[in-house]
Design a protein around this ligand. Structure first.
Ligand SMILES: [Zn+2]
Length: 480
């Protein structure tokens, strides 16, 4: 049983994964097919061994928490081994699949010793704050000599980290919601992680006044997104600190040009849109030790950046005015936002938009540049902090990075469009996350009644009013 570590609101969003550890197949004596191991979420169970006299192994059960993505391939591979010769030696089992990278959490337990020879691959370590998964057990030769001899250990399941149904999403203020006990059904994703609406505060162009006022911005305690022009950010330590504080660093290209290469604000070195994006991503990754950059902000909001952004990122922020609706048709590579007028105030500008978001159940992105005369439409840091504090203190508005909100919004659309597969009394929703989707993300869902599972792991009801579904797992099943 793995214990999930506490993950705060500002937990870093950056994934880090440990490489899988592979245990090679070994040959042992005859035996039954191996049981797949217990695996953490993301870990795939080892396949059953192919003991010559054995019967099929079974797929591993999932670990605690979000549970392993236990494959049943062990069973199928093992079941082909009926009628083995007595005492014969077993052939090596297939290697288990490597687990997917998991989210925060501790590693799942290693696989149970199965019968027959199997080797499971270890799952990958968790991203975010979790510990890496334990590796699956390798094979040990079993004793044999009879038609049902016990044999080698089954492959350990890929022991990915365990999510345990706990995301790093902030909790909405409502508590004490009773677990629904009605008829199984009514599966739906709740909007904006259970909040009334969502707001992202973004800051472009890495101006000196952002750096000067970083402590005040960070002091509000909500995750922010900074879009850096990579040719100008230098090595200012403030951006490394921003990452440590749980904020997002996004791509604002190398030289801040229009998509046709004109109007470069920082050097006339434009080669192509692709180069502008990729060089900036590479710079951010190497400078800050990041595995990926998930979102971009188009310089000038130029629509020409949308297509190249779509092959590289989770989203692209434009500068068109507007809001995003749950399950709405907004192009994720042309997200709307608003730029405050110069010297905008919290009461005169920001708070009203935040109120609209809250009552309309929308997502709004604020685009800010400067708190002094070193960027477009500066506002005072006092008013900026006041606006951010207003949003925070409403408590029922979700304030988070563009990556986190985009991931939730896109995944909600994805799952909402899935038709479940019915098998007996079970209904299973399966999905494949889009390219450039960050690991370790969750959706909050509700049902009228029944039991939700991911693998063998029963999802726990959260009395804020939802179950948390680990998106990396790829499916969820509702049973009576
Ligand atoms: Zn800009």
């Amino acid at each position: 049983m793995a214990v999930f570590g506490a993950v705060g609101l500002l937990a870093g969003f950056v994934a880090c994964t440990d490489p899988p550890r592979r245990n090679p197949p070994q040959t042992g004596d005859s035996g039954n097919g191996g049981s797949g191991g217990t695996s953490g979420r993301g870990g795939s169970a080892g396949k059953g061994g192919t003991g010559s006299t054995g019967k099929g192994g079974k797929g591993g059960s999932s670990g605690s928490g979000s549970g392993g993505k236990s494959t049943t391939s062990g069973g199928s591979s093992g079941s082909s081994n009926s009628g083995g010769t007595t005492g014969g030696s077993a052939t090596a089992g297939d290697a288990g699949d490597a687990g997917d990278a998991g989210d925060a959490g501790t590693g799942g337990a290693a696989g149970d010793g199965g019968e027959g020879n199997v080797s499971g691959d270890a799952g990958q370590g968790g991203s975010s704050s979790g510990e890496g998964g334990d590796s699956g057990e390798g094979n040990s030769a079993g004793t044999s000599g009879s038609s049902s001899g016990t044999s080698g250990s089954g492959g350990g399941g890929g022991a990915g980290p365990v999510g345990g149904g706990k995301s790093s999403l902030p909790a909405p203020p409502t508590t004490g919601v009773v677990k629904p006990a009605g008829t199984p059904g009514g599966f739906s994703v709740i909007n904006w992680a259970g909040f009334q609406g969502a707001v992202s505060f973004t800051f472009d162009d890495n101006t000196q006044s952002q750096i000067t006022n970083y402590a005040a911005l960070n002091g509000v305690g909500v995750p922010l997104t900074f879009y850096l022009v990579c040719s100008t950010y230098g090595s200012n330590a403030i951006w490394a600190q921003a990452l440590l504080d749980g904020h997002e660093l996004g791509n604002h290209t190398m030289h801040h040009c229009a998509a046709n290469g004109t109007n470069c604000a920082w050097g006339n070195a434009f080669v192509s849109t692709d180069a502008e994006l990729d060089e900036c991503t590479d710079a951010l990754k190497s400078t800050y030790g990041l595995d990926a950059i998930y979102t971009v902000a188009a310089p000038y909001g130029d629509g020409g950046w949308g297509v190249p952004a779509s092959t590289r990122f989770l989203s692209n922020r434009s500068v068109s005015d507007g809001n995003v609706s749950p399950n709405g048709a907004t192009n994720p590579f042309s997200l709307p936002c608003s730029i405050p007028p110069e010297n905008a105030t919290a009461v005169g500008h920001y708070n009203g938009i935040i109120n609209t978001v809250r009552t309309g159940h929308l997502w709004h992105i604020f685009l800010n540049h400067a708190f002094a005369n070193d960027g477009y439409n500066p506002v005072s840091i006092t008013e900026m902090v006041a606006a951010m504090t207003y949003a925070r203190d409403l408590t029922d508005v979700w304030v988070d990075t563009v990556t986190h909100v985009t991931a939730y919004w896109r995944a909600q659309k994805l799952l909402t469009g899935v038709t479940p597969v019915v098998s007996g009394d079970d209904r299973t929703w399966s999905w494949t996350l889009p390219a450039h989707f960050p690991p370790g993300q969750y959706l909050r869902v509700k049902v009228d009644g029944g039991t939700l599972k991911q693998g063998a792991t029963v999802l726990e009801w959260d009395d804020h009013g939802y179950y948390e579904v680990a998106l990396d797992y790829g499916s969820v099943t509702l049973s009576p």
